[in-house]
Ligand binder design. Sequence first.
Ligand SMILES: O=c1ccn([C@H]2C[C@H](O)[C@@H](COP(=O)(O)O)O2)c(=O)[nH]1
Length: 158
Amino acid sequence: MAVAVLAAKQSRDPHTQVGACIVSSENRIVGIGYNKMPNDCTKAFPWDKEAASRLDTKYPYISHAELNAFVNKTVVDVRGCRIYVTLFPCNECAKIIIQSGIHEVIYLLDKYPDKDETRAAKRLFENTGIHCRKFKPKNEKDPVDFYSVFGANQEQSN
Ligand SMILES: O=c1ccn([C@H]2C[C@H](O)[C@@H](COP(=O)(O)O)O2)c(=O)[nH]1
């Protein structure tokens, strides 16, 4: 999860930085990603959350952290791997996780539990038997500030 947090810090999304790290059954990191605009689109698209038209917001354009971790993978097959994500995956990312054969999702924060995208993702994971668990730092002295990507007090709210 520390690697996913570090990846999230690369994101230019001013509101929510997300990191993802795919790990093999032999505990090797095989893919890292963060939420970003697609290559060569960095300057052309807005980071706004709201606008008169959804087409003028960031949402239709962002390439999500999980997709980028999958695209960046260093192995042919990620079947049997687990994925560490700083944010509970949306339904589109859930589909990528399922289709790629990843069998476990470890998330840091479930920031949007009431969004349809999150609820659909949970249904997808439940139906496919993909195990999801919230990441728990091993102890308070852990040198990584896992929640720094979300700002203060996010840990308590979930
Ligand atoms: O599974 C997911 C869901 C979302 N993201 C990214 C997409 C956006 O850049 C942010 C969410 O922005 P908000 O301003 O918090 O709505 O998270 C992702 O990478 N993976």
